[in-house]
Design a protein around this ligand. Structure first.
Ligand SMILES: [Zn+2]
Length: 357
């Protein structure tokens, strides 16, 4: 009996370890996307510029409003963690809002069978971050690479030591594969070798198709962030993965770094991918441009990276009635002539963006 209990206990511990190990299930679906040096050289100016990406959070709760996926406080803490992770790669974020949707079905979201159910809840013009109280079997998923929406379990947002799942999934949205990716688009083995020169080198076309992330066999990482796998590649060379990389698995508290190669790849997607380019804000916006303008209905976002100038020059802006209008940048300047007089159901929000340096 004791032996059986021990066996059961061992099985439980093993299951738990495996469950913890599953971070996300996001794999290449279409053809592997590889940018040539020639392609990158052509758009070098654009790729090397700073990027500000619009994000919007939908947090689900049950039909009666209970079991909310995460608190605003924890959501904002994880967005700040993500901003810190992306800042060295010249990518920052502007948060459009956090909205609660009461829907018990979506609050427990089984990704494999219910993936399409999140689609109607996307806010257009943003990378959408969905937070579910339960995302069985997963910490997060980006559904595709690249993509414009992702889902996270509430636990991944509430956790104080896991500061990386949001940034990891967003990395998939911006075109990054796992550092330990092993297959091509046809599911054929495409494992990366350790070598960065000679006959065994394949880093530009295998694994995550990025050469400044070391080859990774997902062999395991201990709490001290040391690789414990001991695996060898096809050329019999021992793996020495970067255990702090955002796009590996290993120990989630260890992850905080995107390499320059990963940063360049994300900025290349933000420059070239038709689904992502509309989600990047301009550096400076002047509004209105052509004549006096009145906004009286609908929801609008006027976001820029550095500055939004309202009524700067001769044309003036009025926002009234039921219009819901958001202004956000590092600096928002409201010149004389600007008139905000929201009516019932209307709202004007003017905010300095805390997530860009
Ligand atoms: Zn992943």
């Amino acid at each position: 009996m004791k032996k059986l209990l021990l066996l059961l206990l061992a099985a439980l511990i093993y299951t738990n370890l495996r469950a913890q190990h599953i971070d996300c299930d996001t794999r290449p679906t279409g053809k592997l996307i590889i940018f040539s040096q020639e392609q990158k050289d052509k758009i070098a100016n654009a790729i090397n510029a700073p990027f500000t990406v619009k994000i919007f959070v939908t947090v689900f709760a049950d039909d009666d409003g209970s079991h909310r996926g995460a608190t605003d406080e924890n959501i904002l803490r994880q967005i700040q963690n993500m901003a810190n992770q992306y800042q060295p790669q010249n990518i920052c974020f502007v948060l459009g809002g956090i909205r609660q949707v009461n829907n018990s079905d979506l609050n427990t979201h089984t990704k494999d069978t219910e993936a399409a159910e999140v689609l109607p809840f996307r806010e257009p013009g943003f990378i959408n971050i969905f937070i579910h109280n339960s995302l069985p079997g997963l910490n997060g998923t980006a559904y595709g690479i690249p993509n414009t929406y992702l889902s996270l379990s509430g636990g991944a947002i509430a956790s104080l030591d896991n500061v990386s799942t949001l940034g990891h999934e967003l990395g998939h949205c911006l075109g990054l594969y796992h550092t330990f990716e092993t297959v091509d688009e046809n599911g054929n083995s495409n494992k990366e070798n350790v070598a960065r020169a000679g006959a065994c080198q394949n880093c530009a076309t295998a694994g995550d198709v990025i050469c400044d992330t070391p080859a990774d066999d997902d062999g395991g990482v201990n709490a001290a962030c040391v690789y414990i796998g001991g695996g060898k590649d096809a050329c019999n060379v021992s793996y020495a993965p970067m255990t702090t990389n955002m796009m590996g698995y290993g120990s989630r508290p260890c992850r905080s770094i995107f390499t320059n190669g990963q940063g360049e790849r994300m900025r290349t997607f933000l420059t070239t991918d038709p689904s992502l380019t509309p989600l990047v804000v301009q550096d400076i916006i002047y509004t209105p441009i052509f004549g006096n303008t009145t906004i009286s209905s609908g929801t609008g976002y006027i976001f820029a990276r550095d500055a939004v100038y309202v009524s700067d020059g001769s044309p003036n802006l009025t926002v009234n009635s039921t219009a819901v209008q958001f202004f956000q940048a590092k600096k928002v300047s409201l010149k004389s002539g600007t008139k905000f007089s929201p009516g019932t159901g209307g709202k004007v929000s003017v905010k300095s963006n805390p997530y860009c340096n």
